[in-house]
Ligand binder design. Structure first.
Ligand code: IMP
Length: 429
């Protein structure tokens, strides 16, 4: 085996959590390497639903070592909330959860800064409001970032916050006279309280992961968000602030990319997006339209914010791009059952930009906004797929749809999902 990565090839919410959950059987260690509590991973197991945002989904399997890598931004409040939710659901959390000493900490002033910036209509990205972007900004600024390992040195933490918080208050006041003000001592005391609880989990996770590889253990990397939200390669500036493609694994965990032996790109059978930004295949066709039908049947509401997701046809120009970027070996097609009522289904195979047909993705929001989708239309299968368990259970038109995806992305489709439960999964090979 070796190292596997499960990565989203759209704008997030591709149902990666279910694939991670299935793959835990063959792996020993699960690693989050990017993002923070902006992710929303839902897993349904034996009829029970688990929602995770910051912790790796793989923690639901008791044999897995769960790792929050250095590329993640950690809000201790969310950390304890999720640990508690797991324990309440009889999932053991102890040594099986480690957090990198080099992951960055989210403070309440990050969420305040984000709130004030997002209020400006022209600057709004439509973020999840979890302080993720401002925390990464501080990481890169160097002068204002604080890492998880610094929680273990009380005097040092107090001195850092005394240097940072007055500067933060000035910035926040400049953004709005009504901004919240923060007190360095109050924050230090609060975070020292968290330090007690986090201490047993804090480790040099790069060292741990390299040791695991040497011991022949199988690692499973769990990407958060989707590749089209990647800060470098996504639809900038309508992106998240971390490397959400596989590109983030090396920097966000310290495991070199050459260790990856299997990369599974996950897509929905259609496309969804939350937040602002271009979406060429969006079905913005009102309450009686197909966009609403997909949203209703697919229960397309954000796990983190509850916002209705924007829905549209499958965009394979975008998927081809993110599959190439991520070095994807195979594709998992999720939520195929959601399209079961449609007479016909469209796939975007190219764009038209200023009168020219193009078949490559524009990784700039201002250009993608001008792209018109070119569609191919396939017949629907008009039936319920939720009890299909093997390829031959799929009606001919559903099989044709999946085959056409594989042809156009030029990669095999290895998994098809027809419902949230583990057993509603078809292994195609
Ligand atoms: P942020 O990550 O909160 O800064 O938000 C930036 C953009 O990424 C917004 O459009 C969010 O809606 C989107 N986003 C962040 N996390 C997720 C996710 O897990 N799924 C889908 N969209 C996300």
């Amino acid at each position: 085996m070796g190292c596997t990565c499960v990565v989203g090839l759209q704008w997030g919410d591709e149902a990666k959590g279910k694939i991670v959950d299935i793959l835990t059987a063959d792996h020993h260690v699960v690693v989050r390497y990017n993002g923070g509590a902006n992710a929303g991973h839902t897993v349904v197991r034996d009829g029970k639903t688990y929602k995770l945002s910051l912790l790796p989904t793989g923690i639901l399997s008791p044999h897995m070592q769960a790792v929050i890598g250095n590329g993640v931004v950690v809000n201790p409040v969310r950390f304890f909330e999720e640990v508690k939710n797991l324990r309440d659901a009889d999932i053991a959390v102890g040594d099986n959860l480690v957090v990198s000493n080099h992951a960055h900490l989210i403070f309440p002033y990050h969420a305040e800064e984000e709130r004030l910036i997002e209020q400006g209509a022209s600057s709004a990205i439509g973020t999840t409001g979890r302080g993720i972007g401002p925390c990464y900004q501080d990481k890169v600024s160097r002068s204002s970032g604080i890492r998880v390992g610094e929680l273990l040195y009380p005097d040092h933490l107090r001195a850092r916050l005394h240097a940072i918080v007055p500067r933060k208050n000035l910035i926040l006041q400049a953004l709005s006279p009504n901004a919240k003000r923060f007190d360095a001592d109050v924050l230090t005391d609060e975070y020292l309280g968290y330090a007690e609880g986090m201490k047993p989990h804090i480790q040099d996770t790069m060292h741990l992961l390299h040791r695991a590889i040497k011991q022949g253990k199988n690692l499973l990397f769990e990407a958060a968000q989707g590749s089209l939200l990647d800060v470098d390669h996504g639809t900038y500036p309508y992106v998240t602030s971390s490397s959400s493609s596989t590109t983030g694994i090396w920097s966000g965990s310290g495991v070199p990319a050459r260790n990856l032996t299997r990369i599974i790109g996950v897509i929905k059978a259609y496309t969804s997006r939350v937040g602002r930004g271009p979406f060429p295949t969006e079905l913005d066709d009102g309450p009686a339209g197909l966009g609403e039908t997909i949203r209703r049947i697919g229960r397309e509401y954000g796990t983190v914010t509850g916002r209705p997701r924007r829905c549209g046809w499958l965009d394979l120009v975008a998927v081809r791009y993110s599959a190439a970027l991520g070095g994807v070996d195979e594709v998992a097609v999720m939520l195929l059952d959601v399209l079961g009522t449609l007479d016909e289904i469209k796939i975007c195979t190219a764009y038209e930009l200023e009168g020219q047909r193009i078949d490559h993705f524009a990784g700039d929001a201002f250009l993608l906004e001008r792209c018109k989708p070119v569609y191919e239309t396939l017949p629907g299968w008009k039936s319920d797929l939720t009890s299909a368990r093997k390829p031959s259970d799929l009606p001919a038109n559903a099989r044709r749809y999946v085959e056409r995806i594989a042809e156009l992305v030029e990669l095999p489709v290895s998994i098809v999902s027809v419902g949230p439960d583990r057993d509603q999964t078809i292994m195609m090979r």
